[in-house]
Design a protein around this ligand. Structure first.
Ligand code: HEC
Length: 455
């Protein structure tokens, strides 16, 4: 354990990373790729047809988008780096070594995105008279850079789920163009376009400053846009799901519904079908220019879209459990190759940040707590989401002791405990006490830093 572990009350580590990431995905895909593409398309059409009203609409739509993309999009983008490097430094550090160049170029692309978007917005008036064509070209170049961003990030994210090839040959090309690369790129890009269509539709439906005739025309365009891109995105998701290993498909039900509801897999189908139907209905209503129906459905459709995005990202992150990178690193950032070493030589012996006796904690709690945080803290909290106390409530001490060493067999997406048998006992005693049963502690021999290496 080269890095300290952080305990985040209630939310826990995984959910904190997920929240920032999902907000970022909604904005980077839906707005930065989706809405901006539509704005540029509208401007392009307006220029070709000499339609000043349509151009005015495109320009009006851009203002909120620039604020959302540069403020919330950029902040959450940097926020992902902040949360991940604090909470999962081992994992991200490793990924940086594999993907140094793609990430370096991605940061350039990200900066370039902002550098192109700002003049596209601020110079619109000035370029309208003489350089309208150049202005549209500026818009399309933004879309191209946004696509490049999605291209780069898809290779890196896909690698975490299907690193096949790289595990054998360690080549960057194999890591990047992994089996889920193309379908994931397609689904992110097309999903972003479809989401952008829904957001633009909401703007057009609710805006009062837009004439009835123009609204009808744009509704038709956006309805068709959402239908086509949404259908293509669904196809990409289907191909993507076909490329991930079979075991992950079973995990998906647990990942989304949790074991609590895992026996009711139909809930998952029902939710997804309802969401797809609602999105298709709002798009069809827009295409048919039924404003009232579209108005009634657009908010539920947007909420359900956010639900679908969260479901996809959660499933993608979760199904590969117990790994952060299958074949290389466990979800708790312990490399597979190191796990055996830690079982033999001890975890705490090499844990640079571990203090055997920090002030204010009971004598044996620090060791147990440090072991818990390193082994289980990425997914379990104490008193919050996926509360370890709930998971252990009502168990006897021997059963907790056995469970701690059998986590991998118990729930398919939990990694096994890394550490010596004595450390497992210490953590089990700590967890048993946490789960509300006090009498256990005396039964376990104390553990010291010196002792752990000589098991
Ligand atoms: C990769 C994430 C992850 C890690 C790491 C992890 N767990 Fe879990 N654990 C889960 C999930 C998810 C569940 C099931 C939650 C649910 O859906 O009910 C679970 C359930 C459990 C249960 C209840 C199982 C049952 O069938 O009753 C226990 C006990 C448990 N975990 C202990 C641990 C211990 C101890 C560690 C550390 C050695 C650990 N977990 C590490 C994700 C994880």
């Amino acid at each position: 354990m080269l890095f300290p572990t952080f305990y985040l009350p209630w939310l826990g580590q995984g959910m904190s990373i997920a929240l920032v990431a999902v907000v970022h995905v909604l904005i980077s895909h839906g707005f930065a790729i989706g809405v901006v593409s539509i704005i540029v398309l509208l401007e392009h059409l307006a220029l070709r047809r000499g339609d000043a009203e349509l151009e005015g609409l495109a320009q009006n739509m851009l203002k909120p988008v620039v604020i959302i993309v540069t403020a919330v999009g950029a902040v959450t983008g940097a926020g992902i780096w902040f949360t991940v490097s604090v909470l999962a430094p081992g994992g991200i550090g490793y990924m940086l070594r594999v993907f140094f160049w793609p990430w370096f170029i991605e940061w350039m692309a990200f900066t370039l995105e902002v550098l192109v978007l700002l003049p596209y917005y601020f110079l619109w008036e000035r370029m309208r008279a003489k350089q309208a064509g150049l202005h549209v070209a500026l818009g399309w170049s933004y879309v191209a850079v946004a696509f490049a961003s999605a291209f780069l990030i898809s290779g890196i994210l896909g690698f975490m789920l299907t690193p096949d090839g790289w595990v054998q040959n360690q080549r960057l090309v194999s890591a990047f163009f992994n089996p889920t690369f193309w379908p994931q790129l397609a689904l992110r890009f097309l999903g972003g376009l479809a989401m952008g269509g829904l957001w633009s539709l909401a703007f057009v439906l609710f805006s009062r400053r837009i004439g009835a005739d123009l609204r009808q025309r744009v509704m038709r365009l956006l309805g068709g846009w959402v239908l086509i891109n949404g259908a293509l995105c669904a196809l990409a998701v289907w191909i993507y799901l076909g490329r991930i290993p079979q075991t992950y498909a079973t995990h998906k039900i647990f990942a989304v519904l949790t074991s609590h509801l895992s026996q009711d897999a139909w809930l998952l189908w029902l939710g997804n079908i309802l969401a797809a139907l609602c999105i298709a209905a709002v798009a069809l209503a827009a295409w048919l220019r039924w404003r009232r129906v579209a108005l009634a459905l657009i908010i539920p459709a947007l909420i359900l879209t956010a639900g679908l995005v969260s479901e996809f990202e959660r499933a993608r992150e979760f199904v590969r459990g117990p790994y952060l990178m299958p074949g290389y690193m466990y979800a708790n950032q312990i490399p597979l190759a190191q796990s055996d070493y830690l079982d033999k030589h001890g975890f705490l012996a090499g844990a640079a940040w571990y203090q055997p006796q920090p002030p204010g904690l009971a004598p044996r709690a620090p060791a147990g707590h440090a072991l818990f945080m390193a082994n289980c803290g990425v997914c379990h909290t104490i008193g919050g989401l996926n509360d370890i106390r709930d998971r252990l409530k009502g168990r006897t001490q021997p059963s907790v002791t056995v469970m701690v060493r059998r986590t991998k067999q118990m729930v398919p997406f939990m990694p096994s405990f890394s550490g010596t048998p004595a450390e497992a006992l210490t953590m089990a005693a700590y967890l048993y006490e946490l789960s509300g049963e006090r009498r256990s502690l005396e039964a376990v021999p104390p553990i010291s830093r010196k002792g752990v290496g000589h098991e």
